[in-house]
Ligand binder design. Sequence first.
Ligand SMILES: *Cc1c(COP(=O)(O)O)cnc(C)c1O
Length: 397
Amino acid sequence: MTASFYPPQRTLMGPGPSDVSPRVLGALGRPTIGHLDPLFVQLMDEIKGLLQFAFQTRNELTLPISAPGSAGMEACFVNLVSPGDTVIVCQNGVFGGRMKENVQRCGATAIMVEDSWGSPVSVDKVQAAFAAHPEASLLAFVHAETSTGVRSDAAALCALAAEHDALSIVDTVTSLGGIELLVDTWGADAVYSGTQKCLSCIPGISPVTFSPRAVQRIASRDQPVQSWFLDMQLIMGYWGGSTKRAYHHTAPVNNLYALHESLVMLEEEGLAQAQQRHRRNHNALVAGLEAMGLGMAVAAEHRLPQLNSVIIPEGVDDAAVRGALLQEFDLEIGAGLGALAGKTWRIGLMGFGSSERNVIRCLTALEAVLGRYGASINTGAALAAAQASYGDATSVD
Ligand SMILES: *Cc1c(COP(=O)(O)O)cnc(C)c1O
């Protein structure tokens, strides 16, 4: 007989999934009801309103795709890109590369604007790409690049797209709930996110929002969207404003209870307060790491508070340290990806996991393990530095 699976209680401080709050896990276990039950339809409306709040948008077409962030990405591309289109794609990490794949699989041409891993997207280079390719109808970029821990200037990039009569596709998978995200103010056109990063919900859902300009582009397509499941015209029939909902697919009912709860928690805390909490814990973590003698991989002004890239000290075995943190402290941190593999660790402070408790836990565990693996670090300084960073702040995480 195969036994039931009982996972250990880990502390998830990698690039996602992040620690899911007990309130969200509790919501997940509530009784399943039918996905066309009138009460469920009400819940869908509430989720839509809460997502509009989280994205800071009045976009009518705002809903969760029943699949992970990668499906939200694909939904934006397959609906807005037609064969023969030219799309400017910015790449400064892993996820820009996936955007390029999406564009090419839609039969369109991707004009790549590349920046080094660890730097933000260069607005000047994007400007030059528009000058060289006036036919470009879309600009795609990642707001918060989780592979490196870098924030790009979404407001400037969306404005540039609008100036050139192009629509913008913006990856906000790691932004939502963690840093400022102003869909309407920026004029972002197609925006997708995820639930397992700063919303601290379970993985597997992708909130998306489309501007009226994007909806118009979708409605005026002369070729059907190549993906049946992700065709927004069909999904709109299910999630649309009318009281009559047409069956499209069976919504992941309990997952949406979980999403609803995580958004209720965000609303209770407030967007500005959640962002401030992410910043405060980030500052304390960085103070502790630097006191230990470790260096950050990203310049201070471009850092994401929710994803901290740390340079692995010379001669230290990357995998052995991460393994020891997991085995001995039940603590997960992330490895570097792509160009940064073996060079950085990625420490997530996302959503519910962005807490003073996790900062202290991570610094304590790293200090214990690093000394053993031959890193020459300053011992006994990190906690004091983190605590000094918290200073006399009175708010409780
Ligand atoms: C995690 C992530 C994704 C993919 O989300 P999944 O839920 O893993 O499919 C896309 N973009 C960014 C920036 C991410 O951090």
